[in-house]
Design a protein around this ligand. Structure first.
Ligand code: NAP
Length: 259
């Protein structure tokens, strides 16, 4: 299926690695020109080069922290009128809520709630004028099934989800959709570093933790970031103009509810 986004401009935040990178790759394979961001230059440039080599599309890179105004200005300077916007940032650290101060919370809100809202604010009116826009926010399965030690993520992402639920019904009349993608366990650097930490705490090998995590999921495995990227590309397709305000779980069946 041709997703109808050849030549569109796609801005993918936090995309040198993991799920953001996979989204950028899938959009590029569909012919969209890409702008990607991350804080570290080396991995960002390497990813940009891989995408160019694999797909032939134009790829621009902006080094910066998307949780800051300067970081957002840097990506928007390279791609001021995105047709497609994928919002992403690193997840907040786990912990005990008793240890978190107001500053801890503000940092989580900045990265996982306010940054995507600010990016939407910057992009959405141009999309409405041009009668095409696709916005996808990478959130987490914890929006539907909170994990206690990820309280910062549970709270900040729920705030973003509530905000999106309201405006996604206003923009769709202009062919501008806003949806959230909710990853369960995907085989990325972030998950692998969690495994290292858990292995240390439990006094077992990283492989034991990894196998346990795979067994806990009904699919018996971790998600492949490419599966996530292709789902993102579909939500950004011309064909997906009737899909808005949705929260799509991609979690191998990990969420146990009927709805
Ligand atoms: P990852 O493999 O660690 O990759 C994160 C990417 O984002 C890197 O390119 C990183 O590059 C960039 N990044 C992080 N913070 C940034 C910031 N403030 N500004 C700009 N770029 C930033 O992580 P991932 O697994 O793809 O996770 C992506 C998101 O999905 C996270 O919010 C995570 O919590 C959430 N999630 C992941 C899973 C999973 O199983 N993987 C499950 C549920 C939710 P730099 O470090 O160089 O900036």
């Amino acid at each position: 299926m041709d997703l109808g986004i050849r030549g569109k401009s796609a801005l993918v935040c936090a995309a040198s690695k993991g799920l953001g990178r996979a989204c950028a790759f899938s959009l590029a394979r569909e012919g969209a020109n890409i702008t990607i961001s991350a804080r570290g230059r080396e991995a960002l440039e390497a990813t940009a080069q891989e995408i160019r080599a694999a797909t032939g599309v134009e790829v621009k890179t902006a080094v910066g922290d998307i949780a800051t105004e300067a970081g957002r200005a840097a990506v928007l300077a390279l791609c001021p009128h995105p047709d497609i916007l994928v919002n992403n940032a690193g997840g907040p650290p786990p912990g005990d809520f008793r240890d978190w101060t107001r500053d801890t919370w503000i940092a989580a809100l900045d990265a996982n709630m306010l940054a995507p809202i600010e990016m939407i604010r910057a992009a959405v009116d141009g999309m409405i004028e041009r009668k095409f826009g696709r916005i996808v926010n990478i959130t987490s399965s914890t929006v539907k099934a909170p994990i206690e030690i990820l309280g910062l993520s549970n709270g900040a992402r729920a705030g973003l989800t509530g905000f999106v639920a309201g405006i996604a019904r206003k923009t769709v009349a202009h062919n501008v959709t806003i949806n959230n993608l909710l990853p369960g366990p995907f085989d990325t650097d972030r998950l692998r570093s969690n495994f290292v930490l858990l292995a240390k705490n439990r006094g077992v090998s990283v492989d034991v933790v990894r196998q346990d995590r795979m067994r806990q999921n009904p699919s018996g495995r971790l998600g492949d970031p490419a599966e996530f990227g292709d789902a993102c590309a579909y939500l950004c397709s011309a064909q997906a103009g009737y899909v808005t305000g949705q929260n799509f779980l991609i979690d191998g069946g990990g969420y146990p509810g009927t709805f």
